[in-house]
Design a protein around this ligand. Structure first.
Ligand SMILES: Nc1nc2c(c(=O)[nH]1)N[C@H]1C(S)=C(S)[C@@H](COP(=O)(O)O)O[C@H]1N2
Ligand SMILES: [Mo]
Length: 578
């Protein structure tokens, strides 16, 4: 029954209301800038500026010197320092120096982390609040760089996003999470590959002995080293052959604890992984994972700060020679490698944001090429509905662009009596459903977590008609590879909101045309009369105010051809289970 005209499929008439989109970020089409506030942290009921950390750290550092110096006058402490000079006597000695692979992977690690951290901060700026509870109820955040949530008006998650400087985030612009995520995930892939190479090479050479403690004595020795540094009477450096215990613990923590934690807490923010990993997904819920992910970022930042400071104050030339020149002497070889490479880092740093704004579509396509396969793979993780009524969130952020057409107003005024859901395209039996038709079909209920791309989550009980039952009625043809959901509302940049799903998503038991939310008809704010639930994808794929579903064999000729409104206009990917 395919209608073909000049080789182009004829679509549901509503497809004519889709718009094309520019391949660049056009600021005039984007959300207007909005600044956040200096980050604040909540202790109990009170909020404190993070800027307090600066004087506090300064006082601790200075007072620490006085305390450490006077401690070193005490005979028992002196005895302790003799007994634990800074490294266990059994510490293995590395004889291979700083081989090329180590120097290269060290540089790449730093280079990649620069992009990862900047893009990560950009992602955070899209929902500039952190929580420990899954529900993201306003006021329950423990960290934010945005004002309290305004009351007395609709305040969507998009309204809440903030602009950050372009030198800090990639690309800095408000609500540019689509692009930031391509950077974050693509470079993560490179960083993980580099990390795997580091793990393998560490343990297939003697280099692991630098950073893996082999005796509990590492702890008193680390304390001893800390005391020596803090009293400004630095321990003798043997870094060419072995690290002191403080270095060893810091490096071990960074490589073997912080890095894996950042990976696990990153993945656990994904709907498909979180929803399919049972108790683990509930204990390490998205907001906990997100908060921990952020704390790991701080570990990395403080580590880099301390590491670089010590490299420079404990003999910059010799230290740089080791890790950058691979030699243990007083030459300038380390500098000669370090300075050009840092220039490269600086150039890359300054060009990432303007490049991303100008070549947004390229960033999207490159990201898709690099990690799209993995996202596709993650769609197979099977989401389950294992939450109970008591998990339902007291607050569920609204999001998106509300319908403002006269057509919609009329439908609302008539209590959706005139609403029709049109299901057409490559199907044997195109059907129209009234709301009453949908209500008369067998209803399914599920209590699930919603994962918005911006970072918030919320649990609700959804009721409605499983997509599988709709498929049974309309019987998609074998050529039908995708289902297109058209909304009654336009998107933020004009043109109709729509999104495309693969057929596997449509056959999943938890894919639902939701007409009830928490036991009541879905409100207009949350997508009345019908909104999609597809529990292995991010929130933007769950079209609200659905008016038509069309089965197609390809989506290249719809809108700008990227598989949905946010895919076209905000450079998201169309398979987004992560
Ligand atoms: N028609 C339409 N549907 C939409 C959106 C939109 O802007 N327009 N926003 C999406 C996004 S980004 C999210 S997170 C969810 C939000 O659903 P909620 O308002 O019920 O929380 O709806 C999705 N569906
Ligand atoms: Mo979203």
């Amino acid at each position: 029954m395919e209608n073909v005209n000049d080789g182009r499929a004829i679509h549901d008439p509503i497809a004519a209301s889709l718009t094309r989109a520019d391949d660049r970020v056009l600021l005039s089409h984007w959300m207007p800038p909005q600044s956040g506030i200096v980050p604040v942290i909540r202790f109990g009921k009170r909020w404190y500026s993070v800027l307090w950390a600066l004087p506090i750290a300064f006082v601790i550092l200075i007072a620490g010197v006085a305390v450490a110096q006077s401690l070193r006058q005490i005979p028992d402490v002196q005895g302790f320092l003799v007994r634990y000079p800074g490294a266990p006597p059994s510490a293995h000695v590395v004889i291979s120096g700083f081989p090329l692979w180590l120097r290269v992977s060290h540089f790449l690690n730093f280079f990649f982390m620069m992009f990862i951290m900047r893009a990560g901060v950009q992602i955070l700026a899209d929902h500039p609040r952190l929580y420990w509870h899954r529900d993201c109820t306003p006021g329950s955040d423990w960290f934010r760089f945005q004002k309290p949530v305004p009351t007395g008006r609709v305040w969507t998650a998009k309204d809440d996003s903030v602009t950050i400087p372009g030198w800090l985030g990639i690309p800095g612009i408000r609500h540019s999470i689509g692009l930031a995520r391509w950077w974050h995930f693509s470079v993560n892939t490179l960083w993980v590959l580099n990390g795997i190479a580091i793990y393998v090479l560490l343990f297939s050479t003697d280099q692991w002995q630098r950073i893996v403690p082999t005796t509990w004595d590492v702890f008193p020795n680390a304390l001893s080293t800390a005391l020596q540094y803090w009293s400004l009477n630095f321990p003798i450096d043997h870094s060419w052959t072995r690290y002191n215990s403080l270095q060893q613990l810091a490096y071990f923590t960074t490589v073997f604890i912080a890095a894996p934690t950042s990976i696990v807490t990153g993945f656990m923010q994904s709907p498909s992984l979180s929803n399919s990993s049972g108790w683990f997904g509930r204990v390490l819920n998205r907001q906990r994972a997100r908060s921990l992910h952020f704390l790991v970022l701080w570990w990395f930042l403080l580590f880099i700060l301390a590491h670089v400071t010590l490299v420079f104050i404990t003999g910059a030339r010799v230290n740089l020679n080791m890790m950058w020149g691979g030699v243990h002497d007083g030459s300038w070889r380390g500098f000669a490698v370090f300075v050009p490479l840092m220039t490269l880092v600086a150039i890359a740093w300054w060009s990432a944001t303007p490049f991303t704004i100008r070549h947004a579509r390229l960033v999207q396509r490159t990201g898709q090429a690099m990690v799209g396969w993995f996202k596709g793979f993650a769609e197979w993780w099977d989401p389950k509905s294992e939450l109970t009524e008591k998990d339902i969130s007291p607050y569920f952020w609204p999001n998106g662009t509300m319908p403002d057409s006269a057509e919609f107003e009329t439908l609302v005024a008539g209590d959706f009596a005139d609403y029709r859901l049109r299901v057409s395209g490559l199907v044997e039996r195109p059907c129209d459903f009234t709301l009453a038709d949908l209500r008369s079909m067998p209803q399914q209920e599920q209590i699930t977590t919603h994962f918005c791309i911006q970072g918030w989550s919320g649990v609700a009980k959804w009721g409605g008609v499983p997509m599988r039952d709709i498929l049974d009625l309309v019987r998609p043809a074998p050529e039908a590879r995708y289902a297109v959901f058209y909304s009654l509302a336009d998107g933020a940049d004009g043109g109709r909101y729509y999104d495309v799903h693969r057929m596997v998503n449509m056959r999943h038991a938890l894919t639902l045309l939701a007409i009830d939310m928490n036991g009541k008809p879905v409100s207009v704010l949350h997508g009345a009369p019908v909104r999609l639930r597809c529990e292995n994808e991010l929130g933007f794929k769950m079209v609200k105010w659905v008016t038509a579903i069309e089965f197609v064999s390809d989506f290249a000729d719809l809108g700008a051809g990227h598989g949905g409104y946010n895919e076209d206009h905000e450079f998201y990917g169309y398979r987004m289970p992560i």
